[in-house]
Design a protein around this ligand. Structure first.
Ligand code: ARG
Length: 460
């Protein structure tokens, strides 16, 4: 018979049991379910809501059940529906009457909210620490490439020279924001819902603060209806993870592009590439492609969660059982992608010479040549026009700006002098951009230092 079978005259249809049951995906919350129940039982004993000796027996037996599950000695039952009732059934099978007192002053509605919050709190910590490891690799790599000049792009057309360090640190900014967002979401995840009951709280004198403290939450929920029906923390996490995946996906797209024969800026380590079953020469950046591809799963989870929650009346509805597969898949995907991405990055070969050569073509120093004229007193629009004509002239000649003679320069403006060549060297183009946030060495170094401080101070 079901734990709730009292008012029923018939067994549940087998098909309905399978359909209704969530054990195949919520079993992974067994640890949270058991530690949550231990704290609840301890509190019930302390408050003399149940006999303290029975509370002690419950806590002890739950500990044994936990060990048995971890040792692989427990088989969960589909007809016990979910992890909450599976654990309760294991408990009552072992200690009978005492076990039946555990659910006093509690509902599965506040219990499941507790479990999923606890589970996600741990996952958020894990993701934050993986982000820190990735930031560590980015800063180390950036320090090595402060002088590695490469072309910067807009519209995927060569724009202005930057350094590889500057490019890497752009991603570091994104990943720091991701970590911050997850930390912010963590604040709203770490709110303890037990005591909300099914929806309207409970008449027992529960000590909610004691349970909160035992389980490492920072506050208790403030409204019992909201306590059982809030899934904002899961929506928020899915949104944060979606943004994180956008960042990984953009980075992967660049690495894929840069690994192509046409770019050849980087080469993935053999250990992070795969071959082709037909083309012997192939070395494919599959890891980067898969991460780019997996971003879709995470966005899908966010959309699934939003759609599932939209329009639900207060308070708990069974629809909400669907939250788990979505958020678990989003978390699993990110946990899978982050470490492999970090290692791929740290083992990748960088072709500095090709990057440098790439920075030279495509008139990436044309803005600097215009700025040169401005510094000599010309209005910027006029300088822009002169440079436009110069570039057109160079295209006709098939040469770069620095290949022109001073006489040729002077045909376009008498203001040009010998110092134009230094002003438009790639090194000068980068070094002159030393404002905070720019690609010059001192600016990037300052940015690296701030990122290192972030890594040191950030904790969840
Ligand atoms: N397995 C359920 C879920 O994941 C637990 C809560 C069920 N509550 C209920 N009243 N049926 O949402």
């Amino acid at each position: 018979m079901k734990l709730w079978g009292g008012r029923f005259q018939k067994e549940t249809d087998k098909q309905v049991d399978d359909f209704n049951s969530s054990i195949r995906f919520d079993a992974r919350m067994y640890r949270e379910d058991i530690t949550g129940s231990m704290a609840h039982a301890k509190m019930l004993g302390q408050q003399h809501i149940i006999d303290p000796a029975e509370a002690e027996l419950i806590v002890k037996t739950l500990g044994e059940i936990l060990e048995d599950i971890e040792a692989g000695n427990v088989e969960f039952l589909v007809d016990a529906e979910d992890i909450h009732m599976n654990v309760e059934k294991l408990l009552t099978d072992r200690i009978g009457a005492a076990g039946k007192r555990l659910h006093t002053g509690r509902s599965r509605n506040d219990q499941v909210a507790l479990d999923i919050r606890m589970y996600l709190m741990a996952q958020e910590k894990e993701i934050a620490s993986l982000l820190k490891a990735l930031l560590g690799v980015l800063t180390e790599l950036a320090k090595k490439h402060l002088h590695t000049i490469m072309p910067g792009y807009t519209h995927l057309q060569k724009a202005q020279p930057i350094t590889f360090a500057h490019h890497l640190m752009a991603y570091a900014q994104m990943f720091m924001r991701d970590a911050d967002r997850i930390a912010d979401c963590h604040k709203r995840t770490a709110v303890m819902p037990l005591g909300s009951g099914a929806l309207a709280g409970t008449t027992y004198p529960l000590d909610r603060e004691f349970v909160r403290e035992q389980l490492g939450f920072s506050k208790i929920t403030d409204n019992s209806l909201d306590g059982v029906s809030d899934r904002d923390f899961a929506l928020e996490l899915a949104a944060d993870l979606s943004i994180l995946m956008v960042h990984l996906s953009r980075f992967c797209e660049e690495l894929i592009l840069w690994s192509s024969h046409e770019f050849s800026f980087v080469e993935m380590d053999d250990a992070y590439s795969t071959g082709s079953s037909i083309m012997p020469q192939k070395k494919n950046p599959d890891v980067a492609e898969l991460i780019r591809g997996k971003s879709g799963r995470v966005f899908g989870s966010l959309m699934g969660l939003l759609t599932m929650m939209k329009g639900l009346p207060l308070a708990y509805n069974k629809d909400m059982q669907e939250d788990k597969e979505q958020i678990f898949d989003a978390v699993d995907t990110v946990l899978l992608c982050l470490p492999v991405f970090t290692n791929m990055l740290s083992t990748m070969k960088i072709h500095e010479d090709v990057m440098y050569k790439g920075a030279g073509g495509g008139f990436t120093n044309a803005t600097d040549a215009a700025d040169y004229l401005v510094k000599k007193g010309l209005p910027f629009r006029e300088a822009h026009e002169i440079l436009g004509k110069l570039v057109y002239y160079c295209i006709g000649k098939g040469c770069a700006l620095d290949a022109l003679t001073l006489d040729e320069y002077k045909q376009f403006s008498p203001v040009f002098e010998e110092d134009i060549y230094r002003a438009i060297s790639l090194e000068a183009c980068v070094a002159e951009r030393s404002l905070p946030g720019g690609p010059a060495e001192e600016a990037v170094l300052a940015s690296i230092t701030r990122c290192e401080q972030f890594i040191k101070n950030f904790s969840l």
